[in-house]
Write a protein that binds this ligand. Structure first.
Ligand code: PLP
Length: 299
């Protein structure tokens, strides 16, 4: 039995290594050109959530980026399992990535790159910790546009993140917890690592365009159907956020997380709203009961 590595394990070049020892080439275009695609799946109470859906989305995006995965789906699933098993973590954040790789020495022909697959498992990551969620987040609305979908497809889970990163710095400078970016029409999109929802007059709304088709967003849709909650995807002007009864963000990294202030101003009574809390409770209780679950084999 190998020694467990609860700090994290990576799979690189066919080997499992402690995550801090994992390396990829400086010349990989994933690094030099942000030419990469990732997917992140969580493990909670020893069970992957929607593992097959994440593998589907990953495969779809590999195709869109004209990459070829060196491992087939069964092998990828086995790698993710093994990464988690080697950490022994029951609550984990598991990422799979494809990078373009590097072209032959002296060439810039991206068609000649050997694409690279890597994966890693870390302790579970929260965009907002449960303590932070108790008070709710304060969101900035960034004046920065999210990269338009016509330029970079937002349904590819890519790392073109400088719009997010710089908006996040600006939000921190203003004392906010995170940021949501608008598009060039002034409509809300998403934030660094999350989709956005608002509740107004009992109807749940989320931006319909220029965003990742988040797995948690999809899960919330299913919860809405199950609980007869009216829901829609639509263009949402930036000012609809401040006028909402409730706001929350959602991500694999943290689930459903209440937002209680926008630009410092309280939403509703300034406390996490009842619809948000009901959905959040349902999300976690159903996960713990094995909904969309694939158990990790720790043996
Ligand atoms: N939007 C962006 C830009 C993201 O990076 C993420 C997750 O990392 C999400 C939304 C939420 O997606 P998911 O629910 O699949 O984690």
């Amino acid at each position: 039995m190998t020694e467990l590595l609860p700090g994290g394990v990576a799979y690189v070049d066919g080997d499992y290594v402690p995550v801090e020892e994992a390396k990829i080439s400086l010349l990989d275009l994933g690094f030099l050109r942000s030419d990469a695609n990732q997917d992140t799946v969580s493990v909670w109470r020893g069970q992957f959530f929607r593992l097959e859906d994440h593998l589907d989305r990953f495969q779809r995006n590999i195709g869109r980026l004209r990459m070829t995965a060196p491992l087939d789906r069964d092998e990828q699933r086995a790698v993710l399992m093994e990464c988690v098993r080697r950490t022994g973590l029951r609550e984990a954040y598991v990422q799979m990535l494809m990078t373009r790789g590097r072209p032959p020495v002296g060439s810039r022909d991206i068609r000649l790159c050997t694409n690279n697959y890597v994966a890693f498992c870390l302790p579970y990551v929260w965009i907002a910790t449960p303590e932070k969620q108790a008070e709710g987040l304060d969101l900035a609305i960034s004046s920065t546009w999210r990269i338009p979908p016509e330029s970079v497809d937002p349904t590819i889970k890519h790392y073109h993140w400088l719009d997010f990163q710089m908006s996040l710095f600006a939000a921190y400078d203003q004392g906010r917890d995170s940021t949501v970016l608008i598009d060039r029409h002034g409509n809300l999109t998403e934030g660094p690592g999350f989709n956005l929802f608002l509740v107004k007059d009992g109807v749940l709304s989320t931006p319909d365009d220029g965003v990742l088709d988040g797995m948690t967003r999809r899960t919330i849709w299913e919860l809405c159907v199950e609980t007869n909650l009216r829901h829609r995807a639509a263009a949402l002007p930036a000012d609809s956020l401040g006028q909402a009864d409730e706001v929350f963000i959602c991500s694999t990294a943290g689930g459903i997380m209440p937002v209680t202030r926008v630009e410092g101003a309280a939403i509703g009574d300034g406390r996490p709203g009842p619809v948000t809390l009901r959905l959040r409770d349902l999300y976690w209780s159903k996960r713990e009961a094995g909904w969309h679950a694939t158990p990790v084999d720790y043996a």
